[in-house]
Design a protein around this ligand. Structure first.
Ligand code: CTP
Length: 414
């Protein structure tokens, strides 16, 4: 396995003043345990949330904050600081810092070195959901993306302020994965300027679902499954590499956003169906998500409490079948519809039955018995089942399955 680029990376971490600053401390640890060196710069507001002393202890070097510190500037000037790193990571990035970056303001050490750098910048936003959705923030994001700034997150979920929605900072390991991904790509090219790859799917639109769905029992509990999302994410990336415009509708997973792909995050099966329908029309639909078949009929609005009546009984009702809805749609059916069949027995027979029932062109059938290690694992061994034939592929990495699948889809589109 090739060594991770993190093993020799020099990173500059900018911490701005949000509640998620405490997670930046864990991020320092995670980056350093992979071999990276990390210098920390904090905004004055960040110091209200975490102490520069802790950041210094974890990073192994003093955390800098003051643009006008004679001692710091004598040791390493801010221009040099902004250029000596391989990559600058801003985590958490508040709405205010994003606004300053978009405007090119330089009124403290953090914003000054972000303006002075010639290195790529990865940003992990963190803010209240309303602030994230505000047109001003969205305008700033468009500007920053056009400037080549890369983003990881934010995630959707319950926020420290009690509201729910997008705005939570990506988890430290998601940020680590995004850093690793960026370090692998050539440094001279800003991401936004990366040429769109040309290939057999150029000019085609592909919608992919991935990951599990979470069906709420109450505000804190859910019914889910063990899907990692790896296979669906690999398909989205392979379709993009083949030149397609890709919309990836993803349930909750711990994976970094694939580059160049429009990512729509959802939780429940019903949200997933709505997001897929909103992404149509498309040329191709690949349904790789492990959609929960059932949801709780009446999810509790408040946390269910242990009571005198013993354990609650949950009534389940069936979720919409996303694949069947799209595969059998008379109005909007993509030209090629691909389903998956997760089976633990009679793999081929069950896959054939699903092919017809869900209106697919072909089914990727796999045996998900626990001893096969498919769910959550890096490899997959699949059969491609169509009305006319079935073809067994040898066990290979999920990226390999994705590439072969995209070739096959491109042939079906001809
Ligand atoms: N699927 C879907 N919506 C659902 C259930 C499944 O879109 N509510 C899709 C999956 O993304 C996959 C295919 O249908 O592409 C088959 O999923 P699988 O779990 O194998 O089949 P089920 O429909 O759940 O059938 P069964 O329970 O009989 O195995």
């Amino acid at each position: 396995m090739p060594a991770s680029p993190l093993a020799t990376a020099r990173l500059l971490l900018v911490i701005s003043g949000g509640v998620a600053a405490y997670k930046a401390l864990d991020l320092i640890r995670r980056l350093r345990e992979r071999g990276a060196s990390v210098r920390v710069v904090m905004t004055p507001a960040a110091k209200e949330f975490v102490s520069p002393m802790t950041a210094a202890a974890l990073s192994g070097a003093a955390a800098r904050e003051d643009l006008f510190s004679l001692t710091d500037e004598a040791e390493m000037g801010h221009i040099e600081l902004s250029r000596s790193a391989d990559l600058i990571v801003v985590a958490p990035a508040t709405a205010h810092l994003l606004a300053r970056m978009a405007q090119g303001l330089a009124d403290d050490l953090a914003s000054t070195l972000l303006l002075a750098t010639d290195k790529r910048v990865l940003v992990a936003p963190s803010m209240n959901v309303r602030m994230w959705l505000h047109p001003a923030t969205q305008r700033n994001l468009t500007t920053l993306r056009a400037d080549g700034v890369a983003f990881v997150g934010p995630n959707e979920g319950e926020m420290a302020c009690g509201e729910f929605g997008p705005g939570r900072m990506a988890e430290p390991l998601e940020i680590v994965a995004a850093v690793e991904e960026l370090l692998k790509t050539p440094t001279a090219l800003p991401l936004a300027a990366a040429p769109k790859p040309a290939g057999p799917l150029t000019g085609r639109r592909v919608v992919v679902t991935a990951g599990p769905t979470y069906e709420p029992i109450d505000p804190v509990r859910f019914i889910g499954n063990r899907s990692s999302g790896l296979q669906g994410y690999a398909i989205a990336a392979a379709a993009r590499a083949a030149g397609a415009e890709v919309v990836l509708v993803s349930g909750p997973v711990a994976l970094a956003d694939p580059k160049g792909v429009s990512l729509v995050r959802v939780e429940t099966a019903r949200e997933m169906l709505a997001a897929v329908e909103a992404a149509l029309p498309a040329d191709v639909f690949v349904s790789a998500a492990a959609v929960a078949d059932w949801r709780v009929a009446h999810a509790g609005e408040q946390k269910l409490k242990k009571g005198v009546d013993g354990a609650p009984s949950l009534t389940l009702i069936e979720n919409p079948d996303i694949l069947a809805t799209i595969g059998k749609s008379e109005r909007n059916r993509p030209k090629v519809v691909v389903g998956f069949a997760a089976e633990t027995e009679n793999v081929l027979e069950n896959a054939r039955a699903k092919l017809a029932r869900k209106g697919c062109d072909f089914i990727v059938a796999n045996d998900v018995s626990p001893h096969k290690g498919v769910f959550g694992g890096a490899h997959n061994e699949v059969n491609i089942v169509s009305a006319e034939s079935s073809e067994g592929w040898p066990r290979m990495a999920k990226e390999g399955v994705a590439e072969k699948l995209v070739e096959r889809i491109a042939r079906n589109l001809e």
